[in-house]
Write a protein that binds this ligand. Structure first.
Ligand SMILES: Cc1cc2nc3c(=O)[nH]c(=O)nc-3n(C[C@H](O)[C@H](O)[C@H](O)COP(=O)(O)OP(=O)(O)OC[C@H]3O[C@@H](n4cnc5c(N)ncnc54)[C@H](O)[C@@H]3O)c2cc1C
Length: 458
């Protein structure tokens, strides 16, 4: 089977971790003939050369000035032209890049290249002319070829064998793939970053308490949650007609408009038709897996800008201004769309999620059973840091953070977690954070409402 793996170089010069998992997923498929495809500056060639040692038959770098400054849609367009030329049965992308962090390029590429799509894939099996996918949140799904899947950071990329040979990298320009220059790079990008500023949102003022006050702090967190009101007050101007896909983004929509229409989350074709018929000013989506996938497909189908994971919205001069965390959550970007309707996925709560999550880190690696027992006693969910997953103490499904999942429970109890920014971005939207750590200088306390300095809580 011909497989194209799309990959991007990270800011550390290495392959983006989700794309490493995509490459490994491809290499494990029996009889796979793997082609690596990346878009970037000429310097990415070095990375691709190294990666050919692992088994890819070909490596292609889309490199041309015309591609510079591309947002997700312009990136997906250029990749789609290359994919068209390669015409593989299967394309595998990582769920998201750490730099862009939108999870949009894969679904947009699927739409532009007319492929069936599945996101959040953990494992695959080739069966009877189709691909069986075990997904993170949607159970087992089958996709027909030609297909595109986006994978979680589940598989660890193999190391090259000593005798492996370095292959070649082909450099393709915009002209080589017959790309329309007006749809590439900055010119073809419907979203614009207006400004960025430091993100202070996860920081909290920590009140240190003694261990016997833990249950009181949990109670207080749950009570605060009941009293908390959604961000439903409208500030500034009225944006006019806004579509919300399901009720999930309603509180966000109410901050910019009082003319809100709810549409069901069906498929890209149906929703695109409704948008064309009614011409709303904006379309807002939730942040569950399916909403994010269909939003990206609709954006690609209609050539619209899509801003991912917005944490707040405002209306300025009749335009929707969208704010979202970027660069692992360390900054906030202010973004607008050059196309109408403006489209955004907004960070919404997961339905049916637990009120309390006990998150545990490497500091209590020997007491994981105790932590699980505590979670059970509290009727709480259970989550872990990447360090526990990487060292084999817990499965990836439980990992919270940049390369895991995002949670926003009313109460998050962090035990034995140092507070690396990569973990914080996955839990900073929790209502109340209670951190337990013997090291009073651990960064986690900067992101906690209550702190307990102790090493024997479990
Ligand atoms: C590209 C990239 C992506 C990443 N993605 C993620 C991600 O998605 N999620 C994630 O979590 N990390 C992620 N990381 C890793 C992250 O940077 C940290 O290394 C990781 O979060 C640290 O895990 P930890 O807090 O469990 O361990 P450590 O940093 O080792 O901290 C352990 C803590 O436990 C405390 N401790 C020790 N003994 C006790 C005790 N008896 N009781 C209580 N506390 C105790 C220590 O004081 C320490 O603060 C990523 C890193 C990179 C480079």
């Amino acid at each position: 089977m011909r497989i194209v793996v799309c990959l991007r170089q990270g800011s550390d010069g290495e392959i983006n971790p989700f794309d490493a998992s995509a490459y490994e997923t491809a290499l494990r498929i029996q009889g796979a003939e793997v082609t690596l495809l990346s878009m970037g500056p000429a310097s990415v060639r070095e990375l691709l050369l190294r990666l050919t040692r692992l088994g890819a038959k070909r490596a292609i770098l889309l490199s041309d000035r015309a591609f510079a400054g591309a947002d997700t849609l312009a990136t997906a367009y250029a990749l789609s032209k290359a994919v068209e030329r390669l015409s593989p049965e299967l394309v595998i992308c990582g769920r998201q890049t750490l730099i862009g962090d939108t999870a949009q390029t894969g679904p947009m590429l699927a739409e532009l290249s007319g492929r069936s799509l599945m996101t959040g894939v953990m494992d695959v099996a080739v069966a009877d002319g189709a691909l069986r996918c075990m997904t993170r949140e949607e159970g087992e799904q089958t996709v027909e070829y030609p297909a595109l899947i986006t994978v979680e950071k589940k598989n660890v990329l193999r190391l090259p064998s000593l005798r492996s040979k370095v292959g070649e990298v082909e450099i393709w320009s915009a002209a080589d793939i017959g790309a329309d220059a007006s749809r590439c790079g900055l010119a073809g990008s419907p979203t614009r970053v207006l400004k960025t500023f430091e993100n202070e949102s996860g920081r909290r003022r920590c009140k240190f308490i003694s261990a016997d006050m833990l249950s009181g702090a949990i109670e207080e967190g749950l009570r605060k949650n009941r009293e908390r009101t959604a961000p439903s007050e409208r500030r500034g101007e009225n944006l006019g007609k806004v579509f919300i896909v399901t009720q999930a983004p309603r509180a966000f929509a109410e901050t910019v408009s009082d003319d809100i229409t709810v549409i069901p989350l069906t498929d890209a074709e149906d929703i695109s038709r409704k948008i064309k018929e009614s011409d709303p000013s904006a379309v807002l989506w939730g942040s569950d897996v399916k909403s994010k996938r269909v939003a990206a497909e609709v954006a690609a189908r209609l050539g619209l800008g899509l801003c991912a994971d917005c944490t707040s919205l405002e209306c300025d001069g009749g335009e929707l201004i969208m704010y979202r965390p970027a660069l692992s959550g360390s900054i906030i970007a202010k973004i607008k769309s050059l196309t109408r309707p403006a489209m955004a996925t907004v960070r919404t709560e997961t339905e049916g999620a637990e009120d309390i999550i006990v998150g545990v880190g490497y500091g209590v690696r020997d007491k994981i059973d105790g932590a699980r027992a505590l979670a059970e006693r509290l009727g709480a969910g259970f989550a872990v840091t990447r360090k526990l997953v990487d060292n084999g103490y817990a499965p990836y499904e439980l990992q919270v953070g940049l390369t895991g999942k995002t949670v926003s429970p009313p109460v998050y109890i962090a035990i034995g977690i140092s507070g690396a920014v990569h973990h914080i971005v996955g839990m900073q939207r929790a209502g109340t954070v209670i951190a337990i750590n013997p090291d009073k200088s651990a960064p986690i306390f900067d992101y906690a409402d209550f702190g307990i300095v102790a090493d024997n809580i479990l």
